[in-house]
Each structure stands twice: as structure tokens, then as C-alpha cells.
Design a protein around this ligand. Structure first.
Ligand SMILES: *Cc1c(COP(=O)(O)O)cnc(C)c1O
Length: 412
């Protein structure tokens, strides 16, 4: 059959792989152990010679495997591994592929907890250089002989900065560096890191892909483009796999099996249910976010609006050429931040809550909450003002959202 559409692929994925009794979805497999008639099969699962077998749920179940298959399809990758959270996926990538004495070049504009994780890496002897990845030159200038990896996010939260994704991909390819792209804010519905030669794509399943705020999860997808046989930090045991498979194999064994942040079948099921409407939700959220961004940009009480779909956004050109739409992430600043808390309290629809990519619109003042621990200096480096407000646009009717903004902003 010809290559099918994105949503057609998601909603028929389980059925096409075969589900007992003609079920349309992969069931929730709750078993931790998997038994065999013949001990040779048990041995085969341990040694990796029996494909598609399971032995212990920390390394995966048929339910998590079905979600992995779906994610691999969505990212057009070679394979995926699910974790209990997005942070677990990111941690597993760093801790299994970097060693003391290695160097990581990372975007300066990253998720706060990822930024905090860089401190843990430094304490373990991994050097981390944070750069403004908006220009390829900044990444190129930071590369040293011991650089192993470059890490960026597609659209940075909360400032919406976009790296020079394509040209950094070319640079990593030329220099033989692993290129890791956190695709959480865009999701494969808007952008596939494989398009820019990424080695690994990371998604927090909690956000855009599940979309309902009822489950945590994370995933790493290998795009199949990187030759891991040339990468220094692969253990001998995993060199026996093909050159394109060694990276993911090491992440599964060292990162999932040994570190243990496994996704449960129940949560995998919740994520998979949400994922069925991924493309529809993201299209609607993006439409709402753009309409709100345009409304805010015209509003006299608003100082600045950060949204890639606006022509005023510094990387609007990159967003237009690489992303299907601008996503649900939008930040803005009041012209006079003195009344910021009163304005936020006046909102009736946007929920005063952290979290992103939900069906409901969520609103949060950035500096006193998610970037409080980071401190004033880090906030300054990351372009976060004291008056920045982050919005995760939901799927509500836009008229309702605009009406609510209209009344709340009267207090500004
Ligand atoms: C939320 C988020 C994460 C972490 O995901 P969790 O599932 O909450 O652990 C990682 N990266 C980005 C860009 C995020 O927004």
C-alpha cells in the first residue's frame, strides 16, 4: 500500500500489527514476568536472538512495545524506547552515551529541568557548553576534540527560540557528532527531527503526544541516520549489533533495564489513546495560539509576544519552512508587569497551572514558578523577564478565549 497519512497510520497501527480477537487496540498487559514452554525460548529472549519476546516488564511489555512502534512510525525512525517520563528519556540518553571527560554542546534555551540536569552531568565529569543555537557558528565555535553530542529543542520553552536546526544538523553530520533533538513542543505532527539529520528525537509523551494531562511518559527515537559504529562510547557487548542499532540497544540495556525508569502498560495505554487525536489537537491548538498571539500583539497593554507563527518572531522563517504550524506554546509580557498577578487571577478559562500541550488552555507566570530555582542570572541568560507569562493554548473555542482575555486584560 502507498504511504498512508499521519493519523491513518496512528489509528490503524495496533490492528495492522495484529491484536488477538480482532481487537482494535493493543490491550493493557499487566504481567511483569513472561513464561515459556521451552527454556530455549527464555534463553533466546535474554540473548536477543528471539525477536519480539519479553522477559520482565522493566524492559518492556507488549503494550509499551505497541506504543514504541507507533512512535517509530510517527517519527519515521528506525526504533524507539519508552520511559516513565520525558526527563527519564533525556537522562537515559545523556548517561548512557556520555562519559566523564566528554563534552556536550547544548542550546542555552532549554526546558528548566534539562538545564538543571546539565549541572548533574558536570558533577559527573561531563563538560557542558551552553550556546545560543540560533546560529550554526555558535555551535561550531563551541566544538572541541572531546565533543560527542549536540542537544537542542525545536521550540524553546518558554521563550520560543528556534535553533538553526537544519544547519546544525549539517554541522553534526560533517563532524560525526550525535545530534539529539527534543521534539516535545512540536511533536512529530508538526516536525520530524529526521528532516534535519538528527540522530535521536526525544519526546515527552506527557505533553503534546498524550495531550490530556492524564499520563506521564517519554520516548527516544533513533532516526536510523547515525552510524553508531563510529561513536566512541558504545560498550563491546553492543558492538555486535548493526551500526545503526548500537545506540538504541545501549540506551535500552543501560538506560531502561539498568536505570529502571520504565513506562507502565497502563500509562502507555493512556498515552496511546491520546495520540490518536494528535494531529487534530495540534492543528486546533496552533490555530488558537496564532489567533491569541495576533490579538495580544495588537493589544495596548501587551509589551511583547513570543510566538513562532508571528512575522515579528526572529525565527519566523525557520518555523515556516520546517514546522507545519506554530504549536500551542505562546508567551507574552505585559507592558506594565506591576499588576501581573491580578491579571492572571482574573482569567476564568486558562487554568493557572504548569504543564504544556493540554486540551485546556494553561497559564503561568514564568519567573516566580518554573524558573524560580534557576535564579535571576540564569533567567537573564535564557531571555526570561520577570513579567513573562506562558500560555499553553488548548482546544477551546477561540471566541471564548478571546472574550476571557478581553476582560482579564482590563486590569493590566
Ligand atoms: C516537559 C518537558 C520535558 C520533560 O517531560 P516530562 O514528561 O514532564 O518529564 C522535556 N522537554 C521539554 C521540552 C518539555 O517541555
Amino acid at each position: 500500500m502507498d504511504k498512508q497519512g499521519f493519523t491513518t497510520g496512528i489509528v490503524h497501527c495496533d490492528r495492522n500489527a495484529g491484536v488477538e480477537h480482532g481487537g482494535l487496540r493493543q490491550p493493557i498487559h499487566t504481567s511483569v514476568q513472561y513464561g515459556f514452554e521451552r527454556v530455549e525460548d527464555l534463553i533466546g529472549v535474554f540473548q536477543g536472538t528471539k525477536k519480539g519476546g519479553y522477559n520482565y516488564a522493566r524492559q518492556g511489555t507488549p503494550t509499551t512495545a505497541a506504543l514504541e512502534r507507533k512512535l517509530t512510525m510517527l517519527e519515521e525512525g528506525a526504533g524507539s524506547i519508552c520511559f516513565s517520563t520525558g526527563m527519564a528519556a533525556i537522562t537515559a540518553v545523556f548517561l548512557t552515551l556520555l562519559r566523564a571527560g566528554d563534552h556536550l554542546v547544548a542550546s542555552r534555551y532549554v526546558f528548566g529541568n534539562t538545564n538543571s540536569l546539565f549541572g548533574t552531568l558536570r558533577a559527573l565529569g561531563v563538560e557542558v557548553t551552553r550556546v545560543d543555537a540560533g546560529a550554526r557558528e555558535n555551535v561550531a565555535d563551541a566544538i572541541r576534540p572531546n565533543t560527542r553530542m549536540v542537544f537542542v529543542e525545536t521550540i524553546a520553552n518558554p521563550g520560543t527560540q528556534i535553533p538553526d536546526l537544519l544547519r546544525i544538523g549539517e554541522l553534526c553530520h560533517e563532524r560525526g557528532l550525535a545530534y539529539v533533538v527534543d521534539n516535545t513542543i512540536t511533536s512529530p505532527a508538526l516536525f520530524k527531527p529526521k528532516q534535519v539529520d538528527a540522530s535521536l528525537a526525544i519526546n515527552s509523551l506527557t505533553k503534546t503526544i498524550a495531550g490530556h494531562g492524564a499520563a506521564l511518559g517519554g520516548a527516544v527515537t533513533d532516526t536510523g541516520l547515525f552510524d553508531w559504529s563510529q561513536y566512541p562510547n558504545i560498550a563491546d557487548d553492543y558492538r555486535r549489533a548493526g551500526p545503526r542499532e548500537q545506540g538504541l540497544l545501549q540506551i535500552r540495556k543501560k538506560g531502561l533495564r539498568d536505570m529502571g525508569a520504565a513506562l507502565s502498560s497502563e500509562q502507555a495505554h493512556q498515552v496511546a489513546l491520546g495520540a490518536e487525536t494528535l494531529a487534530l489537537r495540534v492543528a486546533k491548538c496552533s490555530e488558537n495560539a496564532l489567533a491569541l498571539a495576533q490579538y495580544l500583539e495588537r493589544h495596548e497593554a501587551i509589551g511583547h509576544v513570543f510566538y513562532p507563527g508571528l512575522e515579528s518572531h526572529p525565527q519566523h522563517g525557520i518555523a515556516k519552512s520546517l514546522f507545519k504550524s506554530g504549536s500551542w506554546l505562546l508567551s507574552f509580557e505585559l507592558r506594565d508587569p506591576a499588576n501581573m498577578l491580578d491579571v492572571i487571577n482574573a482569567f476564568k478559562l486558562p487554568v493557572k497551572a504548569t504543564g504544556l500541550g493540554d486540551t485546556r488552555t494553561l497559564i503561568i507566570p514564568v519567573a516566580p514558578t518554573i524558573f524560580f530555582e534557576a535564579g535571576a542570572q540564569t533567567r537573564k541568560e535564557m531571555g526570561i523577564s520577570d513579567g513573562m507569562i506562558r500560555l499553553s493554548a488548548g482546544i477551546e473555542e477561540i471566541e471564548d478565549l478571546i472574550a476571557d482575555f478581553e476582560q482579564a486584560l482590563r486590569l493590566a
